[in-house]
Design a protein around this ligand. Structure first.
Ligand SMILES: [Zn+2]
Length: 406
């Protein structure tokens, strides 16, 4: 590696999933989008399917997974190398225009065995009915960049009974939830015959979709999202059963700057908005509706935690460096930090492992005594373990830092 520098520019990869918006990510990355493609996610990480690219000092590009493999101990640092053997996290920017599928992520132990089992069966990695893309868990933290709406965990018993009672077409579920039986309730809606799904949800949609279309519903009402889901996903005579879940899960609104953590087993769905996401390096998703993609109900049921969740909104705590806000979680795989830098006040940093710095607003210069790298909004820096460098904001800047808990 030329002159032993430990800082590099890093280029992420855009994912054009159909649910993405057309403006937010192109504007952030200074790209034009004249053919109106959806820009759903921007991935900055070393996932084998979609690695970011390191810009080497000679200007050539190398995929981040290959870059790390060539000297993993030095680049990740001893401790992270021993614990994970790879870059443990994946950092993303998301722009959710159309709601995403309801999903649950497996635990690490479950992912290891299930990934091996699917390999044994010979299910190709890219097969539509493949559940496990890798052998890792996928706890995730998301930080809202705009007002952000999501579903997150089962409602409390009181809130659940209350919404079912208020919604005449769903009152039939109240006795099923007798004795706070989340498992019985979810199993019923997930395994019900499609004809029965349509029989229960058709009258609901007939009532609420016209209200939605006239603008009489608002985002804090489950009916709003159920009607929107019906318009987004439902084929004639095949209403998406994920609509039941909109009423069963907590409907959460995050303000810009607020974060929420989703551990293994917590059902969730992103409904609308932009966020930064950091997660264990994995793509393992089990889906439960609001999607045209593959749904494996027994597998989903097996990995879902059937308990009430009280959403814990994380506002961040002051870090060791004054300009830093830390968003701690129980996950050992990642930590997200936000740096708010003022023009003329540089900050000195030391990388605990291979870290990624994403410039969300403003512009900075990174210098390690050997190289100087200018980064404008939408650009990212990779600093390898032990890198000591300075970030100098040339305008007031907001920089997100992906690292591991220290
Ligand atoms: Zn998820």
């Amino acid at each position: 590696m030329a002159n032993n520098t430990k800082i590099f520019k890093l280029q992420g990869k855009v994912q054009h999933y159909t649910w993405g918006g057309m403006d937010f990510i192109p504007a952030l990355l200074h790209l034009s989008n004249s053919d109106k493609k959806p820009f759903a996610e921007y991935w900055m990480g070393a996932h084998d399917n979609v690695p970011a690219e390191v810009v080497l000092p000679d200007g050539s590009l190398q995929p981040l997974n290959a870059f790390i493999k060539q000297d993993a101990v030095a680049l990740l640092g001893n401790s992270v190398h021993q614990r994970f053997g790879r870059l443990p996290y994946l950092l993303k920017v998301l722009d959710v225009k159309d709601m995403l599928s309801i999903q649950v992520h497996p635990t690490k132990a479950a992912a290891v065995s299930a990934f091996a089992a699917e390999n044994m069966k010979g299910t190709p990695l890219n097969a539509p009915n493949r559940n496990y893309k890798d052998d890792n868990h996928k706890p995730e933290l998301m930080l809202a960049l705009s007002n952000f709406w999501l579903l997150h965990g089962f409602k409390s018993p009181q809130a659940l009974v209350s919404i079912l009672m208020q919604t005449p077409e769903l009152q039939f579920l109240v006795p099923v939830f007798n004795n706070k039986n989340y498992h019985a309730l979810y199993e019923m809606v997930m395994t019900m015959d499609q004809i029965e799904v349509d029989e229960h949800l058709r009258p609901l949609l007939d009532r609420i979709v016209p209200l939605y279309e006239k603008g009489f519903l608002n985002r804090s009402q489950e009916d709003f999202w159920a009607a929107r889901a019906a318009k987004t996903f439902c084929e004639p005579n095949k209403i998406d059963r994920g609509i039941f879940s909109i009423y069963l899960f907590n409907l959460v609104k995050l303000q810009p700057g607020e974060a929420i953590f989703q551990d293994a087993g917590i059902p969730h769905a992103y409904l609308e908005g932009q966020n930064m996401e950091i997660m264990a390096n994995s793509d393992n998703v089990l889906r439960g509706g609001l999607t045209n993609k593959y749904i494996d109900v027994p597998e989903l049921m097996h990995h879902t935690k059937f308990e009430a969740v009280i959403p814990d909104i994380i506002k961040g705590t002051a870090g060791a460096v004054a300009v830093e806000t830390v968003f701690p979680t129980p996950a050992a795989d990642f930590e997200l930090r936000k740096l708010e830098l003022k023009t003329g006040s540089p900050v000195s940093l030391t990388a605990a492992t291979a870290e990624i710095y994403f410039v969300y607003e403003g512009a900075v210069k990174a210098t390690d005594g050997q190289r100087e790298i200018s980064l404008r909004k939408g650009e990212a820096l990779l600093s390898t373990a032990g890198a000591a460098f300075e970030l100098q904001p040339s305008h007031d800047a907001v920089v997100f830092r992906a690292t591991v808990p220290q």
